[in-house]
Write a protein that binds this ligand. Structure first.
Ligand SMILES: [Zn+2]
Length: 413
């Protein structure tokens, strides 16, 4: 007995439409012409995917443009301005701003989120508490995991490590880093791996955010990941310095990333906004291109990062829009490659987060979203709108197609 059957849906990896049967909040059957008398939801041949996976999102510092300056557009300004605004954060304030962005993510089809939360002696646990409350209150629509990290440095910022430990003890599932703001970047990387090992958690670092690859730490992270036996448990976000490498050198780094099981998260909106600021013309885009890395076996995701703050003064939480932005800036044009951009906010992103119960397959949670598109490449190319989404088989939002109201013509033309 099924609770519900979604009829005539196209999946990411199949050409023909199928029916998807749900029972007890899980996917119980996938096939053509399922025979049952359960209530049916007609998908009309449109694309049904598992809920989108957001691997990198800062909810604690979202929606703060009303209290920050974003004039230079540099990384240093963004860190400085956010540090100033952070002094006034309360858990309630973090909750109210985070909610505004999180609800947009949900309506964009996202059902899983890794959210990066800053800890340091100025903010203390206030950001953490606000995000923790959001995770609890929105669990009906989205499953969130917290990644605690030292945005303003670790070794140079006494008291920060104690807070990271407290965050991990209070349920953070992942440990982050920002070596580029530390007085000793490699020292921070070493320390983060040591703490991650002590708590048996995965690592998701902000890394190599800049235009100058001579400062690149990606290969060092690969070395340390191997030394700690943390292969497959490390992701690096931004990695914009990789975008400055010639193909041969990029392939060399790519092979090390693949060998050490270090995944890469591309944050197109932030990287486009912050990078290339020293150029007066022929501005570097600062967005690392995934296709050659993926060909070498590197797991790559695309994510949102920041929304409406000095790191990124735009954003709507839509991962399909982000996949489209990435495709556009990375010169992705072949249909298969465009479809793979949807993979970077679905299956690849799930693999980066090591989700073992992800995808439209029997036994997995019925976390699903229906797009107003027939194919994955169409969804990315047209920034298709999600028409509805569900978490554990329960509808969490719906957004019917816009309707035109043409005047009554009263005749034929
Ligand atoms: Zn980030």
């Amino acid at each position: 007995m099924l609770d519900l059957v979604i009829r005539n849906a196209r999946l990411q990896d199949r050409a023909e439409a199928v029916d998807v049967g749900l029972r007890g909040g899980r996917i119980a059957a996938v096939g053509r012409g399922l025979v049952c008398d359960a209530p049916a939801l007609e998908a009309g041949g449109l694309l049904l995917t598992a809920g989108l996976v957001e691997t990198h999102l800062h909810l604690d510092k979202t929606c703060i443009l009303d209290r920050c300056r974003a004039a230079e557009g540099s990384v240093a300004e963004a860190v400085r301005e956010t540090a100033g605004a952070k002094r006034g954060f309360t858990p309630e304030d973090v909750y109210a701003r985070g909610r505004r962005t999180l609800e947009k993510c949900i309506c964009g089809g996202t059902t899983r989120v890794r959210t990066q939360v800053e800890l340091d002696p100025v903010i203390g646990m206030r950001g953490f508490e606000g995000v923790e409350a959001l995770a609890r209150d929105y669990a009906w629509a989205v499953e969130m995991e917290i990644c605690v990290f030292p945005q303003e440095g670790l070794l140079n910022n006494p008291g920060t490590e104690e807070l990271l430990l407290e965050g991990l003890k209070r349920g953070a599932k992942v440990l982050g880093a920002a070596p580029y703001t530390d007085s000793d970047p490699r020292g921070q990387i070493d320390r983060i791996f040591a703490i991650a090992r002590a708590f048996d958690v995965d690592i998701d670092m902000h890394l190599d955010l800049g235009d100058d690859p001579s400062q690149m730490q990606a290969e060092y992270v690969c070395e340390v990941a191997e030394r700690f036996g943390w292969q497959g448990r490390v992701a690096i976000g931004h990695a914009t310095q990789l975008s400055m490498l010639a193909p041969g050198r990029l392939a060399e780094v790519g092979r090390k990333l693949a060998g050490a099981g270090v995944a890469v998260t591309i944050l197109p909106s932030t990287d486009l906004y912050l990078m290339g600021r020293n150029a007066t013309h022929a501005v570097p885009r600062g967005v690392v291109v995934a296709e050659p890395l993926r060909a070498l076996g590197v797991c790559c995701s695309v994510a949102t990062n920041n929304v409406l703050n000095p790191f990124t003064p735009y954003g709507d939480g839509s991962l399909v829009r982000m996949a489209n932005l990435y495709a556009n800036v990375a010169h992705v044009g072949r249909p298969g490659d465009i479809a793979a951009c949807l993979g970077m906010v679905t299956g690849d992103a799930a693999r980066l987060m090591r989700l073992s119960d992800y995808g439209v397959a029997v036994g997995n949670p019925a976390d699903l979203v229906l797009f107003d598109a027939e194919t994955p490449e169409g969804a990315v190319a047209e920034i298709a709108r999600p028409l509805w989404g569900m978490k554990a088989g329960r509808m969490t939002f719906s957004a019917p197609r816009a309707m035109l109201h043409a005047p009554d013509s009263g005749g034929t033309h």
